[in-house]
Ligand binder design. Structure first.
Ligand code: ZN
Length: 356
């Protein structure tokens, strides 16, 4: 990130066997090798304690992916990924059900305190465009309700704070939801904008089952060559889709262009959180400069990129795999990492932040 240097984290282990990090079983073994000791400590800690993590990263930086992988690896039952975006979508559904709507209004009448009248909030919730921001006081009241529903667990909060004025609210969040004895930690994630841009541009989706893939980063088993278009297409792996071609969603070809403003706000949020005193911070980065890669990571931890060639003689598509190279926000040539090494870094730094 520009003007803010995230330290490199070493996940390289001498003579590590090669793991396929897309395979669930192999991933388990990988985590055991790279962070087995810390995972045990965290599991022990979670038997009696919880924590609150605020995930701060740019839109599409993979916050949800990291939190879900942490949960999968460390403790499925004692860790929750709590997405504010998902919560608001659930509230939207409740508003369409008379019974649930009554309950919701009833709850807010007792629990919401803020400057905007409740009637006005309900109205704006009902005919809301996704870009319109809801008042922080409302988000907090709803979050409290949702967290109480799920029982006492360690939580990764994803999507709050979302604006600069919400950073100070997050300092009192744990008191508000009755977690006051537990640790709270900011997890800041640095992902180069070029990575986010390419992820969006190469995203394809099955028109039938909506499964999402990437021509460049996450291909399907079968790839088709269209001679007239001189293009390659992914074929959905789902047998029920009967060979459907995956397609680019409208607008995705623009990459980060339409979300530039959002990315700027997210960057300012990260910088603001970075400068906070009195709260531990975990710093994650998903890229490693090319000339440092050998020292810090194992080859199989680098995200591969795929390209395609048409082999006329054998009449088949040839897939070419090589490490994915991008320029980071300072123009340094980097490799982008797979999610697991970033989660190893998260596990180790979190263990330390909790004093385990
Ligand atoms: Zn499909």
């Amino acid at each position: 990130m520009k003007d803010l240097e995230f330290p490199l984290f070493k996940t390289k282990v001498e003579n590590s066997p090669k793991f396929d990090l897309t395979d669930v079983k192999q991933r388990e073994k990988y985590f055991d090798l790279k962070a087995g000791k810390e995972i045990k400590k965290l599991r022990e800690y979670l038997k009696e304690n919880t924590f609150i993590v605020y995930l701060l990263g740019k839109k599409n930086s993979g916050k949800g992916t990291y939190a879900k992988m942490f949960k999968e690896i460390v403790d499925k039952d004692r860790v929750e990924h709590f997405s504010i975006g998902d919560m608001i979508r659930e509230v939207d559904k409740e508003l369409n059900d008379e019974e649930k709507k009554k309950e919701l209004i009833n709850f807010l009448e007792k629990n919401y305190r803020g400057f905007i009248p409740l009637e006005e909030i309900i109205k704006s919730l009902e005919n809301r465009s996704t870009s319109k921001l809801l008042p922080s006081e409302l988000i907090l009241a709803l979050a409290k309700r949702e967290i109480a529903k799920r029982g006492r667990k360690a939580i990764f909060v994803d999507g709050f704070p979302r604006e600069l004025d919400q950073v100070s609210y997050s300092l009192f969040f744990r008191d508000l939801i009755d977690y006051r004895k537990d640790s709270d930690i900011f997890v800041l994630i640095d992902v180069p904008e070029a990575v986010i841009d390419e992820r969006i541009k190469n995203r394809v989706v099955c028109p039938l089952c909506q499964t999402s893939r990437s021509l460049k980063l996450l291909p399907t088993k079968k790839v088709e060559h269209d001679k007239e278009e001189k293009k390659f297409h992914l074929i959905c792996d789902n047998s029920e889709c009967k060979g459907a071609r995956m397609v680019v969603k409208e607008g995705d070809e623009l990459g980060i262009e339409p979300i530039k403003e959002r990315l700027k706000t997210d960057e300012n949020l990260i910088k603001q959180a970075f400068s906070l005193y009195g709260i531990p911070k975990v710093l994650l980065r998903n890229s490693v400069p090319k000339d440092k890669a050998k020292e810090f990571v194992d080859d199989y931890e680098i995200t591969p990129e795929y390209s395609y060639e048409w082999d006329e003689k054998n009449r088949e598509v040839k897939m070419i795999e090589k490490p994915w190279q991008v320029l980071d926000d300072d123009g340094v040539s980097c490799y982008s990492l797979m999610p697991p090494p970033v989660v190893v870094s998260l596990i180790k730094q979190l263990t330390e932040a909790l004093g385990l």
